[in-house]
Design a protein. Structure first.
Length: 189
């Protein structure tokens, strides 16, 4: 579906009179539109004909595939005064990752647990020094070393251990399938 992008083209007709127009959305996918899905409505008005071409899945595709429904979360984890833990309750959609940053020192112990209603959320924990950015399609790309047992593709639901270095850690939360409603608990001691 061309990376979730779509375009709407507007063209004027009737010799520049401006009272007739067409709205068209070129279909580049075969998944939602079923190879067609165009409804055409016409109405006579003088010598001109107004035509509106509607593509039924346009609005649905705009919400589901353009990322307009909700942006992924990017948040710094800070503990309340006198506390050494934080609990975050959130949800993440398929194909997205929520990003949580945590400053910690070498030698501190960290315990990360994630649970999901759908039993489908996982964490990836990057060590300080990672590089994060978005590719040309707006998809998050992270390069760097992960903590053993909480790496990419390991579908970790928790990690506990001694932090190997000081700096800013990145905890990515993503669904393993579908969307995920999760509870993330992070403890530093």
């Amino acid at each position: 579906m061309n990376g979730g992008r779509f375009s709407i083209k507007i063209a004027r007709k009737c010799g520049g009179a401006g009272n007739a127009w067409i709205i068209r959305k070129p279909l580049s996918c075969g998944c939602l539109c079923g190879g067609g899905g165009i409804l055409s409505f016409a109405r006579n008005k003088g010598n001109c004909m107004k035509r509106i071409w509607l593509v039924v899945p346009v609005l649905l595709a705009a919400v589901l595939f353009s990322g307009a429904s909700r942006a992924s979360i990017v948040k710094e984890i800070r503990f309340a005064g006198g506390k050494s833990s934080a609990v975050i309750k959130q949800s993440v959609i398929r194909g997205e990752n929520d990003q949580y940053f945590l400053a910690a020192k070498a030698g501190q112990k960290m315990d990360v647990e994630i649970t999901a209603l759908e039993k489908n959320a996982a964490v990836t924990i990057y060590r300080p020094g990672y590089k994060a950015g978005k590719d040309s399609d707006g998809v998050l790309e992270v390069q760097g070393a992960t903590l053993t047992g909480a790496g990419e593709g390991e579908d970790a639901t928790g990690w506990k251990g001694v932090l190997p270095e000081s700096g800013r850690y990145l905890i990515l939360v993503g669904p393993t399938r579908g969307n995920a409603t999760y509870r993330l608990k992070v403890v530093i001691f």
